[in-house]
Design a binder for this molecule. Structure first.
Ligand code: IPE
Ligand code: IPE
Ligand code: MG
Ligand code: MG
Ligand code: MG
Length: 308
């Protein structure tokens, strides 16, 4: 599955912005060894789907965004919100790969942070820094104070959900009333991965100043693709090679992870992906007729059929 036109257009812009961010905010302590570790992880590849979703949802909700021919028309707030989210995502990956968690040595086709810097402490601290800098970034880059406050709330709530999902994943510490494997699995995936993706869609809508109906529709879209993203990640762990994914595969089953293929089987997992793509597309039908949904439809299809 090749990247969509929207991804091809937006990914370089996100990467350029992230590079500029690292330079601009290096005086906030993100220099020396800490800065090196943060930049190694943040700038070292990655599909950038979360900031791309912020920009695409902002565009769909009618916000100011760049067209392919007019790159100077970016909404700086959407770029800042997307960069903040990508930092949180990167922090989650650095910690996810630590020996105390998934104990992986390859990420985005390169050594993971603790392997590269031969230090768990450096990886823990680079993650801590990437969990903190986003709030400084939003505060400094988003001039509208009300919007900045709203985005801080969205991002911190979603991050708490992601962390709670990681607790479910690593410790199996589910709420006492959630006992069935299928129910636990949905709760797990909606938290550990779904929350940040849903947050991306909401932040894009909020930057655009969307009305409540538009925010609700994009939230439902984000909810569906967020769960779908982790179901696909589970499928790819079983079906793809390490070389293709740029991270170790065939490890979830060995570690007794709760995944869609282990609980429901591969065929049912594929069927659920199709169903969630449909749910995402249906959510977009509730947007005002003036909204151009083509990019979001293409992105939903890309997330459903991605092979890396
Ligand atoms: C990997 O996320 C971890 C999950 C939440 C499934 P991505 O597949 O978005 O990883 P990168 O950022 O492209 O490396
Ligand atoms: C990761 O889930 C979710 C995070 C919050 C990072 P996985 O552990 O399945 O992600 P990968 O497969 O290592 O990218
Ligand atoms: Mg994990
Ligand atoms: Mg992992
Ligand atoms: Mg995985």
């Amino acid at each position: 599955m090749s990247d969509t036109a929207c991804i091809q257009e937006l990914r370089p812009r996100v990467n350029t912005y992230l590079e500029a961010c690292c330079k601009r905010h290096s005086q906030a302590g993100a220099s020396g060894l800490l800065g090196e570790a943060m930049q190694y992880c943040l700038l070292g590849g990655g599909k950038r789907i979360r900031p791309i979703l912020v920009l695409a949802c902002c565009r769909t909700a009618g916000g100011q965004t760049a067209t392919p021919t007019s790159h100077n028309n970016d909404d700086p707030s959407a770029l800042a919100a997307g960069a903040a989210l990508e930092m949180i995502h990167t922090f989650s990956l650095i910690h996810d790969d630590l020996p105390a968690m998934d104990d992986d040595d390859l990420r985005r086709n390169r050594p993971t942070c603790h392997v590269k810097f031969k230090s768990d402490a450096v990886a823990i601290l680079a993650g801590d820094a990437l969990a903190t800098l986003p709030y400084l970034l939003i505060h400094r880059e988003i001039q509208d104070r009300t919007l900045a406050g709203t985005l801080v709330t969205e991002l911190s709530e979603a991050t708490m959900k992601m962390i709670l999902g990681q607790v479910y994943d690593t410790e199996g510490a589910f709420p006492a009333d959630v006992t069935e494997p299928a129910a636990r699995l949905t709760l797990l995936h909606e938290h550990k991965t779904g929350a940040l993706i849903r947050c991306a869609c909401r932040m894009g809508a909020l930057v655009a100043g969307a009305d409540q109906d538009t925010l609700d529709a994009l939230t439902r879209y984000g909810q569906a693709i967020g769960l779908m993203f982790q179901v696909v990640d589970d499928i790819l762990d079983e079906t793809q090679t390490t070389e293709q994914m740029g991270k170790p595969t065939h490890k979830d089953a060995d570690r007794d992870k709760l995944t869609y293929p282990t609980v429901h089987g591969l065929d049912a997992s594929h069927a659920l992906v199709t169903d969630l793509e449909q749910q995402a597309c249906t959510a977009l039908n509730h947007l005002p007729a003036s909204c151009d949904t083509n990019h979001l439809l293409a992105l939903a299809n890309y997330f459903a059929s991605r092979t890396r």
